[in-house]
Design a protein around this ligand. Structure first.
Ligand SMILES: Nc1nc2c(c(=O)[nH]1)N[C@H]1C(S)=C(S)[C@@H](COP(=O)(O)O)O[C@H]1N2
Ligand SMILES: [Mo]
Length: 314
């Protein structure tokens, strides 16, 4: 058998150890061994090959258990545990994201094709919710800018609008007589925010495909903004001329602005934004941490807002 040199081996033939191990599990499962081995039904499937990113923080990631059990996803209920308990009803495969509006090449992308066509990065980001808690999450994803370049926005496109899937049959929160929000959940970014290298579309966390409660199969992550900008289970991305409406701004305009940049100097009417509780740091005497301007990403993003009054544009 001829010996192949390294350069003759296609990247697609290289199997990272995780994927290799996962395949072995799948094969074992086919033989009925998974059941015997007592793997829980919630065992995570679908390892992702990723490269490390210089944008990652070296802070200690929040445990997988906390990241996947303390969630906000109102389509599945308002309690922190509701998404983990109920989001399994969402069918996340097959899934397509429609990209339309002011672009030269509108398209519908399947998530599987997006994953195959991207170099997935592990981005360990600090995340801050306006409710006053924070986490450190190892996301797996790719820059939103990569997708934006593929559809070629027109000069008139100034904002990007996002929409979560609208699936009343699969989302109990959408069947409620007294909905907390207008559905579908919508969010938006200015085009330069959307193009910023820190802005990613995540398809996984901790090296595996996203659990439903975290926004499977594809969600937005903007680490210098409050968590609610990170719209989950995206079905549509539209390029528009005017600042799009956002779910939380619609619901309570004096509490939630369009920008939603993390800012310890501008308090929410009901919650101080000066400090935060890091999820997973237990104990009676654990101190709250100071919240940082732009969630600690000021060096990278402050210039996006130069000359803007951050009290007015909150
Ligand atoms: N579609 C949708 N996206 C959403 C939400 C939601 O209720 N519905 N909640 C937001 C809020 S308030 C936060 S803090 C983050 C939480 O993301 P996580 O559960 O992955 O930590 O998701 C955001 N994205
Ligand atoms: Mo949030």
């Amino acid at each position: 058998m001829p010996i192949r040199r390294r350069s003759d081996i296609l990247p697609s033939e290289i199997t990272p150890r995780e994927i290799y191990l996962n395949r072995r599990q799948i094969i074992a499962g086919a033989a009925g061994l998974a059941l015997a081995s007592g793997l829980p039904a919630t065992a995570r499937a679908g390892s992702l090959a990723t490269v490390k990113s210089p944008f990652s923080t070296d802070e200690k990631p929040t445990s997988l258990q906390d990241v996947t059990s303390y969630n906000n996803y109102y389509e599945f209920g308002v309690d922190k545990g509701a998404p983990a308990a109920h989001a399994h009803t969402l069918r996340t495969s097959p899934w397509t994201v429609k990209v339309d509006g002011l672009v030269a090449r509108p398209a519908e992308f399947s998530v599987e094709d997006l994953i195959k066509g991207s170099t997935l990065e592990e981005r360990i980001y600090r995340m801050r919710c306006v409710e006053g808690w924070s986490m450190v999450v190892p996301w797996d994803g790719f820059p939103l800018a990569d997708l934006i370049k593929r559809v070629e926005p027109l000069g008139s496109a100034k904002y990007v609008a996002f929409e979560t899937a609208y699936r009343p049959e699969e989302m109990p929160g959408l069947q409620s007589m007294f909905p907390v929000l207008e559905w579908p959940y919508v969010e938006g970014l200015r085009l330069d925010e959307a193009m910023h290298p820190l802005t990613i579309l995540a398809v996984g966390l901790y090296g595996e495909r996203l659990p439903n409660q975290n926004g499977a199969p594809i969600r937005l992550v903007v680490p210098w903004k409050y968590g609610f900008k990170g719209i989950k289970s995206i079905a549509r991305i539209s390029f528009v001329e005017k600042q799009p409406e956002t779910s939380w701004n619609r619901q309570a305009p004096d509490e939630y602005g369009f920008y939603a940049n993390v800012n310890p100097n501008v308090d929410h009417p009901r919650w101080s934004q000066k400090t935060e509780r890091r999820i997973g740091e237990g104990g009676l005497f654990v101190k709250r941490r100071p919240t940082l301007l732009f969630n600690g990403y000021a060096e990278e993003v402050a210039q996006l807002y130069s000359g803007m009054d951050l009290r007015k544009f909150y």
